[in-house]
Design a protein around this ligand. Structure first.
Ligand SMILES: *Cc1c(COP(=O)(O)O)cnc(C)c1O
Length: 395
């Protein structure tokens, strides 16, 4: 039986038709331009009558191979790849806005997305109202007159899952386009287009790459939205992905289902372990108390927890052996990122009142190391960082 687009992500991501010369991976077209065999085929390309690639800022066959796989995986008609997640996000947002438009954005989005909307877009007369994505009344009140509802789910840092089906419905009734940042779940654990969301963006630097060696972004949608971006926005902003990095992302995708299974497994176990730990006051993980309407089919390895006053946060970070301290996430390596390290140092971040996160919050990206090693490491670092509480502190 012929099946052009297999349903199972494993087969979709690992099985390719034979490439040139029987190669199992698509060739890396390290070429800026593509020439024509004759004058007529050149004219046909300029008339839009042929799909031959012309110039790699706009179209490259290796990048195209990546885009086709991602579009099928996310369940969209088409995909565009970019040189970073922020390039994908800014292209998608700019493709729906005109000067003077209003945006509604949920709290706790990725900080540079926040700054892009609040700072950059404001220069062009675009106003953004930030609201609590879990507060239906606030969303209903904010949506009239909005051109765009921008979402992330689960949201950054506090990891609460939003009701995407309901939000998409409310936005469409108000005539607003919806964009969601789906980097946390990856296309494997959440398919927002099926919930009625219009445009999905990813930082492919995270789980899709999976190896912490690429910075890249993706936009997936129906053909009209993608054509709008590729005709009117992306050629001029120029944030193209290179063929070499597209090839690295195709490699990352081969093992995405296996890696996500392990991130899910270790992340859940460590979240449960921390929830039951006496020095941990709260764990922020959408899998611990899932909503009845949840559309997540799995959980990635990124979550957060708040430590008790008795834990010295810098001492905890320094005592960890298998968790590095650093930004980003979604790679093979485990990481921690305490909120205070950002809040206290970065004044722009600090002034982002809509971005307030609990100061004793620690974000954790659970990598692919052995789960028990990671659990033992958290256990020993929490013990090492426990300080006696002076009597006056407990009053
Ligand atoms: C990292 C990240 C981005 C930005 O992606 P880059 O590839 O670094 O440009 C956007 N959204 C989320 C949720 C992220 O974590």
């Amino acid at each position: 039986m012929q099946n052009d687009k297999p349903e199972s992500p494993q087969t979709l991501l690992t099985h390719d038709p034979r490439h040139e010369n029987g190669a199992v991976t698509p060739p890396i077209y390290q070429s800026s331009l593509f020439t024509f065999t004759d004058y007529d085929s050149m004219i046909a390309r300029f008339r839009g009558e042929s799909t031959q690639p012309l110039y790699s800022r706009v179209d490259n066959p290796t990048v195209r191979a990546l885009q086709e796989k991602v579009a099928a995986l996310e369940g969209g008609e088409a995909c565009l790849a970019f040189s970073s997640g922020m390039a994908a996000i800014s292209n998608a947002i700019l493709s729906v806005l005109q000067p003077g438009d209003k945006v509604v954005c949920v709290n706790h989005v990725y900080p540079d997305t926040y700054r892009f909307l609040r700072g950059f877009c404001q220069r062009f007369g675009v106003t953004t109202e930030f609201i609590d994505g879990e507060n239906e009344e606030a969303i209903r009140a904010a949506l009239p007159g909005a051109k765009l509802l921008y979402l992330e789910s689960p949201v950054s840092w506090v990891m609460s899952e939003l009701n995407l089906t309901q939000l998409a419905d409310l936005a469409h009734k108000a005539g607003a386009v919806t964009i969601i940042d789906n980097s946390w779940a990856s296309p494997l654990f959440q398919k927002p287009l099926r919930c009625g969301i219009d445009i999905v963006v990813h930082s492919a630097s995270k789980y899709i790459s999976g190896h912490s060696d690429v910075v890249a972004g993706l936009v997936i949608s129906d053909q009209p939205h993608i054509t709008n971006i590729s005709r009117h926005i992306s050629p001029y902003l120029g944030g193209k992905l290179s063929a070499h990095e597209a090839s690295l992302l195709i490699r990352g995708l081969r093992t995405l289902p296996l890696r996500m299974k392990q991130h899910h497994h270790s992340g859940m176990l460590l979240a449960e372990y921390l929830r039951d730990h006496p020095q941990v006051s709260r764990v922020y993980h959408p899998g611990l108390a899932p909503e009845s309407w949840s559309v997540l089919t799995g959980y990635s390895g990124l979550f957060a927890f708040e430590v008790a006053e008795s834990i010295d946060i810098p001492a905890f970070c320094n005592a960890l052996q298998f968790f590095h301290m650093g930004v980003s996430w979604g790679g093979f390596e485990s990481l921690v990122m305490p909120a205070i390290s950002v809040i206290n140092q970065d004044s722009e971040f600090n002034s982002a009142v809509d971005f307030a996160v609990p100061p004793r919050l620690i974000r954790i990206s659970v990598g692919l190391e052995q789960t028990e090693d990671l659990q033992n490491d958290l256990c020993q670092a929490l013990s090492a960082a426990t300080r006696p509480i002076a009597p006056e502190e407990t009053l």
